[in-house]
Design a protein around this ligand. Structure first.
Ligand SMILES: [Zn+2]
Length: 247
């Protein structure tokens, strides 16, 4: 099993996080091999085993994931009952918890996982953010949830943006229908957009300092050997980014 980390977040010893590559799982092609999604056509037994591998490698009591829909609804895990009921509940793209030992899993194949950590209130968030998430400012909404529910100060938050579709590959031929005009300035050449910079700017607008934001800067579509890419492969697996508070 092979994973990446954001050094900015790895500096916090009480925080556990891993950006899992596609290596080291049990799924056959085209899901080879650490596919963490039940809804892409892979056998459930393989996904279950892959998730167990991830959970055990990180020493976690629970690994929580939900049915992501490119929306901006939030699931806040503050008690054991919510955790029991959380299994793949549909329509959620923001996971938040202040409980230790609970891994928040975001599944991706080109979309961003954006991890947030508040070292003052000891609370974490993991956000599923594709371009539709950027359009809805799911990132800003997640920061708002942390402020409301935990009293987080945006200026105290840290953020990591995972490997995902880079400006080299983020082509939107129909951007005039799909992207609001305020995003058009993010074109790096005609019809290609810098979604990474959009996310950085949305974090800044939410009140995070630039030095609290780390961008992985790896393109999932270019880096075929390490990451699943929906744009490249269409039928493929999902990588996982997991964030957890230590016990
Ligand atoms: Zn690329």
């Amino acid at each position: 099993m092979v994973w990446w980390q954001w050094p900015l977040l790895a500096a916090f010893s009480e925080l556990e996080h891993r950006i899992w590559t596609r290596h080291g799982g049990v799924s056959p092609a085209p899901y080879d091999s650490l596919n963490l999604s039940y809804t892409v056509g892979d056998a459930s037994a393989h996904v279950r085993q892959n998730r167990t591998l991830v959970r055990q490698a990180m020493g976690l009591a629970e690994l929580i994931s939900v049915g992501q829909v490119h929306g901006s609804n939030t699931l806040i895990l503050m008690d054991r009952q919510t955790i029991r009921e959380a299994g793949e509940v549909r329509g959620i793209d923001i996971l938040i918890t202040n409980l230790p030992g609970i891994g928040l899993l975001i599944k991706q194949a080109d979309c961003q996982a954006v991890a947030l950590y508040d070292p003052e209130q000891r609370v974490i968030a993991n956000i599923h953010c594709g371009w539709r998430g950027n359009v809805q400012n799911v990132i800003g909404q997640a920061v708002g949830r942390l402020q409301e529910a935990f009293g987080s100060r945006p200026a105290a938050l840290y953020a990591g943006i995972s490997p995902s579709l880079g400006p080299c590959c983020a082509e939107f031929k129909n951007f005039q229908q799909e992207m609001p005009p305020e995003f058009w300035q993010y074109q790096v050449r005609p019809t290609y957009f810098d979604l990474w910079q959009i996310s950085v700017d949305q974090l800044l607008a939410a009140g995070l300092p630039r030095e609290h934001i780390q961008l992985a800067g790896l393109c999932s579509r270019c880096q075929a050997e390490d990451f699943f890419s929906y744009r490249r492969e269409r039928v493929t697996g999902r990588n996982g980014t997991v964030v957890a508070l230590g016990e």
